[in-house]
Ligand binder design. Structure first.
Ligand code: COA
Length: 258
């Protein structure tokens, strides 16, 4: 049992809630380790198709790395604390879709964690920022690389050089989040979206995610070749046969995940 992660299984959705509301769900090493352990359980449970990550309480998704842990640390201590596997990379390459349900402050490592997810659904009360510059630091959870890919170099530069916070509407306009909902509707709307994704073939979801993720690292010519190979690989699955037959027979597909 995790002390810092609440786990709910809602049909085929795993809802993981970071539970340190008195510290605005700041990411300390215990949270990171327990989140990694819970993700491993979700990965190995075929009944669970989609992961939703959120923060406990009404105020915060994740207010960043736990700043208390930085005090007195040497560069080598910090390097050791950042050893692999890192939660950000695990989420980005996780074989099931991961959705950030952003219910409040989404700062520093919290914003980086959200950017490592496949989709970001935010409350209209959410606030976003990379305030590390104000601590004499830079983002260390992939923010300098993932944010420019999501919102463009200039806007990412603005966020990281000023440390300013932005609201949910601006985050939506910039492409930092995909949807914004009234605070009270956030859970229902996010679970509704997660539920629709969870109805797809888990095998095909995995291939789709892998193909899109490849665009983060491959030049376009190589990415397009990789996509072609993955597309053709789908022709070897029972789910492709079923999906095409179901369409032609005007019925709903029954996925097997094979
Ligand atoms: N690390 C450790 N503790 C944190 C934290 C963090 N990143 N963010 C908030 N907390 C703690 C506060 O120290 C406080 O603890 P306390 O009650 O024991 O004093 C508690 O969470 C509540 O935060 P508080 O600052 O009182 O809330 P607020 O509403 O006045 O301000 C923020 C909210 C988010 C603006 C403010 O907490 C903040 O700036 N946090 C740091 C954000 C940051 O720099 N993140 C990047 C880290 S690299």
């Amino acid at each position: 049992m995790s002390e810092t992660i609440l786990v709910e299984h809602l049909d085929s959705i795993a809802l993981l809630t970071i539970n340190r509301p008195d510290k605005l769900n700041a990411l300390n090493s215990q949270v990171r380790d327990e989140l990694l352990a819970e993700l491993e359980k979700v990965e190995n449970d075929d009944r669970l198709r989609v992961v939703v990550v959120t923060g406990a309480g009404e105020k915060s998704f994740i207010a960043g790395a736990d700043i208390g842990e930085f005090e007195g640390r040497s560069a080598f201590d910090q390097r050791n604390a950042m050893r692999f596997p890192r939660i950000f990379d695990v989420m980005a390459s996780f074989p099931k879709p991961v959705i950030a349900m952003i219910n409040g402050f989404c700062l520093g490592g919290g914003c980086e964690l959200a950017m490592s997810c496949d989709l970001r659904i935010a409350s209209d009360k959410a606030r976003f920022g990379q305030p590390e510059i104000k601590l004499g630091l830079i983002p260390g959870g992939g923010g300098t690389q993932r944010m420019p890919r999501l919102i463009g170099l200039g806007q990412a530069m603005r966020m990281m050089l000023t440390g300013d916070m932005i609201g949910a509407d601006e985050a939506l306009r910039l492409g930092l989040v995909e949807q914004v909902h009234p605070h009270g509707d956030l859970r229902e709307k996010t679970l509704e979206l997660a539920g629709r994704i969870a109805k797809m073939s888990p095998l095909t979801l995995r291939v789709a995610k892998e193909a899109v993720r490849a665009s983060e690292r491959l030049p376009i010519e190589e990415g397009i070749l990789y996509e072609r190979d993955l597309f053709c690989l789908c022709f070897s699955t029972e789910d492709k046969k079923e999906g095409v037959e179901a369409f032609l027979e005007k019925r709903a597909a029954q996925w097997k995940g094979r």
